[in-house]
Design a protein around this ligand. Structure first.
Ligand code: ATP
Ligand code: MG
Ligand code: MG
Ligand code: MG
Length: 433
């Protein structure tokens, strides 16, 4: 008899198998016990019929506590009533670890309670489904960039300088000098692109976001591709191909998880159709003003969540907003060739109210312009000498972008809050567990 995982049940219909599982819930009467089981690969039901098992096994089945661990032995049957489609008719149970009274019961719990018990809440079916989808998106990311000829070059996490200004920086000590946790690997990826052409980094980034929102984590993972010999237009095409590929990969490989989350697959399918619509920042401002919903909005403002939600709603697809005002974007973005008030950049806004998932731009190449901007931003020139070297030795047009993994996971899974998209969220008031 084979030991299998639950997900393999479909290959063993009418066969006897053994599976290591935890009990998530249970219902029993005098004659039959229904055990809801999980093993990390899927969730399904075990049925224990009093008359078909020994007295001890039936007694044990009735006494098992939620989250007890055990090996069950039995025959796999089809079960058309469940998401999963199979169940096991249990013949024997070998208890591995009985559980204490489990704090998370099948009833509803509040957010704070679940966040305090995150280490246990990860076992829930919902979290299982989200983590499966997150994992698929990571896998698909590597597949996509490998296929497109990129190599992964990691950026450092401890840095002596910060590209996005200093208000959201985490300070730390680096022996006898100051250091910061990385807010973005971008400047290093630019160096890597000048060395290897098409590169990407995928690593944790840290921002001391001082306000509570549904879209901001303190620690999140970012995918940052950077491409030499590439203008913005071609970068936009890579971005939409990449996002469409992420969505398609989840549709193809995560049907079970999407069903658990009750995510409408037809809605997701719309997002696999490229190209995505493009509007300029100027047009976006006009749309917001014309709508009458944003009486105070004026040219020069950065968009918050309500503006981004409104703009994306007009298209029902991810939408690019191009060429934001220079004053609200970082120093390294390329100035527009014919206008000196905007830069060659784009944010990709996700539909359904999820806001910015990608920020990207073509990069400025003129070292004098960059030096000026660095000074203007109040950054310490000494920390950027190496960066200016990239413009001194064989500079080329280059572009790149950053996609926040958890933003994209929140959107694709249809969750309300970004805290659900990472195993152990770091939030303004939370660093436990
Ligand atoms: P926002 O405007 O939403 O604060 P941003 O413009 O500050 O985002 P960028 O610096 O452009 O963000 O970073 C690139 C991407 O990283 C964003 O498009 C988003 O997907 C993600 N991101 C940024 N900040 C966070 C955060 N605090 N938590 C999770 N993801 C984030
Ligand atoms: Mg921000
Ligand atoms: Mg932004
Ligand atoms: Mg941005």
């Amino acid at each position: 008899m084979e030991t299998i995982s639950i997900i393999e049940a479909k290959n063993h219909v009418d066969e006897k198998v053994k599976i290591g599982v935890w009990l998530t819930n249970k219902r029993s009467s005098g004659k039959i016990a229904f055990l809801q089981l999980r093993d990390g690969s899927a969730y399904f039901q075990g049925v224990v019929v009093k008359n078909s098992v020994s007295e001890e096994v039936f007694k044990l089945a009735k006494e098992l506590k939620q989250e007890s661990s055990m090996y069950v032995t039995g025959v796999i049957h089809e079960d058309s009533r469940s998401h999963f489609g199979y169940e096991i008719e249990i013949e024997d149970i070998e208890l591995v670890g009985q559980s204490d009274e489990y704090p998370i019961t099948p009833k509803e719990h509040g957010t704070d309670f679940l966040m305090d018990h995150r280490h246990l809440w990860l076992r829930s079916k919902r979290q299982f489904a989200i983590m499966q989808i997150r994992n698929e998106m990571i896998r698909a990311t590597y597949e996509f960039f490998n296929k497109e000829g990129f190599i992964k070059i990691d950026a450092p996490i401890l840095t002596g300088s910060a590209p996005e200004g200093t208000t959201e920086l985490f300070h730390t000590e680096y022996f006898d000098r100051d250091a910061y946790l990385s807010q973005s690997g971008q400047l290093y990826e630019e160096a890597a692109a000048m060395a290897y052409g098409k590169v990407f980094s995928f690593g944790p980034t840290f921002r001391a976001e001082k306000s509570k929102t549904r879209r901001h984590l303190i620690e999140f993972w970012m995918i940052e591709p950077e491409m030499a010999f590439m203008h913005q237009e071609e970068s936009l095409e890579i971005q939409e191909r990449y996002v469409a590929f992420l969505v398609q990969s989840v549709i193809d490989n995560c049907e079970y998880a999407l069903n658990i989350l009750e995510r409408d697959i037809d809605v997701l399918k719309q997002y696999t159709q490229t190209p995505y619509p493009r509007i300029s920042y100027d047009e976006a401002i006009e749309m917001l003003q014309k709508s009458g919903k944003f009486p105070d909005v004026k040219w020069g403002d950065d968009f918050g969540s309500p503006e981004e939600t409104f703009l994306a709603e007009q298209f029902n697809k991810p939408v690019f907003v191009l060429n934001y005002p220079k004053a609200i974007k970082p120093f390294y973005m390329k100035p527009h060739p014919t206008r000196d008030d905007v830069v060659v950049c784009a944010d990709m806004l996700a539909p359904e109210g999820y806001g910015e998932i990608i920020g990207g731009s073509e990069r400025a190449v003129d070292p004098e312009y960059l030096a000026e901007k660095i000074k203007e931003a109040g950054l310490d020139m000494e920390n950027y000498e190496w960066y200016l070297d990239l413009r001194r030795y064989g500079s080329v047009p280059h572009s790149g972008f950053g996609l926040g993994l958890e933003r994209a996971v929140t959107w694709i899974t249809g969750e309300d809050h970004i805290r659900e998209a990472i195993p152990f969220p770091r939030l303004l008031n939370r660093i436990y567990p």
